[in-house]
Design a binder for this molecule. Structure first.
Ligand SMILES: Cc1cc2nc3c(=O)[nH]c(=O)nc-3n(C[C@H](O)[C@H](O)[C@H](O)COP(=O)(O)OP(=O)(O)OC[C@H]3O[C@@H](n4cnc5c(N)ncnc54)[C@H](O)[C@@H]3O)c2cc1C
Length: 566
């Protein structure tokens, strides 16, 4: 008789030391044996066989714990081979308790994390049970579950992948933390769902909600409502502060405002998390030594703000603003209006994307928009390309040149002189950065995991060359989301909002009309504040947006007290 039960996913423990291996296996068995098969290997060669066998048997490997980074010519290391066969696998580099004091261990950890071979390090359990060990394991398994396609989905989308709305729905649900999968209309499951009573017109997808009904071509707002995210907003004047945008800056402002007793409304047009929500791993945010996915960080912040009493209007776009009796009137999509005593703008920016085949799959792993400092060390000894001709591209290239084996700057124009400061151009030359002018990227080539090369086309001659690239940093301009902001709010020529003392010198005249000096994050309109990337002069980091979102609330309190006294 054959056993048709689905196989449990595996946890592979590959350690040469029998003592450490059995400590880890015993701990794992005590806690996880009901849901996972725990498999031991004493050598890398043995572990490679285990991985190969699991792949052949279509059994998922969820987690690999190993202290072996040795590479063979065929498969690379155990970690690399595991990621090659199981893209969702998480990999923990095992170190002995207390060995972090040894330079060799520190070097091993730095190199494993910088080369992205391991996702984090895990300390061998010291006692049993060892909750510190289990916390690390649970977080790793949770991360696997969040990214795995094999977990039961909350929604099934029926539609062809050639339909853009299918991708938009998938993206929206993923960013909202809702697991979904797509099935073709011709598949058995697709036709079962279509035959269940709801038939979509050609070109419009269906969404079957687990435990619920079937939606025909739903909007993002329909999806939000079905999954318990409120889209309605209060239309009376009961709000002390309205926060526009739920990226890191807006979420931090929501946590502090709501926790300090302000009646707080957050309006978000797309998904919680903003740009950070699209980052697969934020490594430089305080308190997360192994990094944290932007979606996870945002989800935690959202729950925190909600639990303090902040109200959210999901999928709601602010389209206009005006001053009103006692504060501001914000106009929203679908014709709603919100009256609010003060406003915090945290609407961020969008980086222009390169629409090039073969690149999107590497975003966040080898292709980076806007952020460079955080990734620079990981480029040690590698070949890196930076795209863009502005100062931000030049600074990124300079910073990367400290670590990478080679850095090339890809520029569309014939020279950098028109777009970059001359001191930067000199520094780039001194640092050995190659400037590839009049080129554009037309293709990306790589493995499942990593980009390996890009194809460049000369804009005049039209010839194409393939150049090695382990990473691509794209800084081709960011645009702030401020088109809805009234002209009385002073902005620079790109649309970034002036705040605090920065606005005083614009055009050589005082833009601030008030008697008192402006508060540090206050715009040229009293009671209308700006934080994060949308603010002129901001640092464009998660932590700085969070910092500004937290501190602005004390200025909001001061403004509300002042307006009450008037
Ligand atoms: C791929 C990627 C990776 C990154 N990695 C890192 C990293 O590792 N470390 C780091 O420090 N920084 C990183 N950054 C930068 C960081 O994410 C940003 O600096 C940060 O998200 C800025 O936060 P914010 O709240 O100011 O704005 P945003 O994150 O841009 O959020 C703004 C929000 O406002 C919403 N919005 C806009 N207009 C409206 C409107 N009219 N009505 C309602 N809502 C609106 C948007 O939908 C968005 O959700 C990364 C950025 C990207 C794109």
């Amino acid at each position: 008789m054959t056993d048709d039960r689905p196989q449990h996913p595996r946890i592979l423990v590959c350690l040469a030391s029998p003592h450490s291996r059995s400590r880890i296996s015993d701990e794992l068995t005590r806690r996880y044996a009901t849901d996972y098969d725990i498999v031991e290997s004493a050598s890398a060669a043995d572990a490679l066989d285990v991985l190969r066998d699991a792949s052949t048997a279509a059994t998922r490997v969820a987690l690999v714990l190993s202290d072996d980074l040795s590479e063979d010519n065929t498969h690379g290391s155990v970690f690399r081979f595991a990621r090659h066969l199981f893209p969702d696998v998480r990999r923990g580099l095992v170190i002995e308790w207390g060995s972090w004091a040894l330079p060799r261990t520190a070097e091993l950890v730095h190199s494993a994390l910088a080369s992205t071979q391991a996702d984090c390090y895990v300390v061998v359990p010291r006692r049993s049970p060892d909750e510190y060990f289990h916390r690390a394991i649970t977080e790793l398994l949770y991360a696997v579950e969040r990214s795995s396609e094999q977990v039961t989905p909350d929604a099934t989308i029926v539609g062809p992948l050639s339909l853009p709305r299918v991708h938009e729905i998938t993206r929206y649900l993923t960013r909202a933390g809702i697991r979904s999968r797509v099935v073709g209309p011709e598949s058995t499951e697709g036709s079962d769902i279509s035959n269940s009573g709801e038939t979509a017109a050609a070109g419009s997808p269906l969404v079957e909600v687990a435990g619920g009904g079937v939606l025909v071509n739903p909007s993002n707002a329909d999806l939000a409502e079905v999954f318990g995210l409120t889209t309605t907003v209060p239309t009376d004047s009961s709000v002390d502060v309205t926060i526009v945008g739920a990226g890191p800056g807006g979420l931090a402002a929501a946590v502090y405002a709501a926790s300090e007793g302000l009646r707080t409304l957050v309006l978000e047009r797309e998904s919680i998390g903003g740009q950070a929500g699209s980052s697969s791993l934020i490594r430089n945010y305080l308190g997360f030594a192994s990094g944290v996915s932007g979606a996870d960080l945002s989800d935690r912040a959202y729950q925190q703000a909600w639990a303090f009493g902040a109200r959210f209007g999901h999928t709601r776009t602010v389209t206009g603003m005006a001053t009103a009796e006692g504060g501001f009137r914000l106009t929203l999509d679908r014709g709603d209006e919100v009256l609010t005593r003060s406003v915090i703008v945290a609407s961020g920016v969008s980086y222009r994307r390169l629409a090039v085949p073969g690149l999107d799959r590497y975003v966040g792993t080898s292709v980076f928009y806007g952020a460079t400092a955080v990734e620079a060390k990981a480029q040690t000894g590698r070949h890196v390309l930076v795209v863009g001709g502005g100062n931000s591209a030049g600074q990124a290239a300079l910073h990367l040149a400290r670590y990478a084996a080679s850095v090339s700057l890809v520029v569309r124009g014939p020279t950098l002189a028109a777009s970059m400061s001359s001191y930067l151009i000199e520094q780039l030359t001194a640092a050995g950065v190659s400037i590839l002018t009049e080129r554009k990227i037309v293709g990306g080539i790589g493995t499942n995991d990593e980009l390996e090369a890009v194809v460049l086309r000369h804009r005049v001659a039209g010839d194409e060359t393939t150049v090695p690239a382990s990473a691509l940093f794209i800084t081709i301009g960011a645009a702030p989301h401020t088109d809805w902001v009234n002209p009385t709010v002073l902005r620079d020529r790109w649309g970034y909002i002036f705040t605090g003392n920065d606005m005083v010198i614009e055009g050589g005249r005082r833009a601030w009309p008030g008697e008192r000096p402006p508060a540090p994050l206050e715009s040229s309109v009293a009671g209308f504040f700006a934080v994060g990337d949308v603010r002129r002069g901001s640092v464009k980091r998660v932590a700085s947006a969070v910092g500004e979102g937290s501190v602005v609330v004390s200025s909001v309190h001061a403004y509300l007290a002042e307006s009450r006294a008037r």
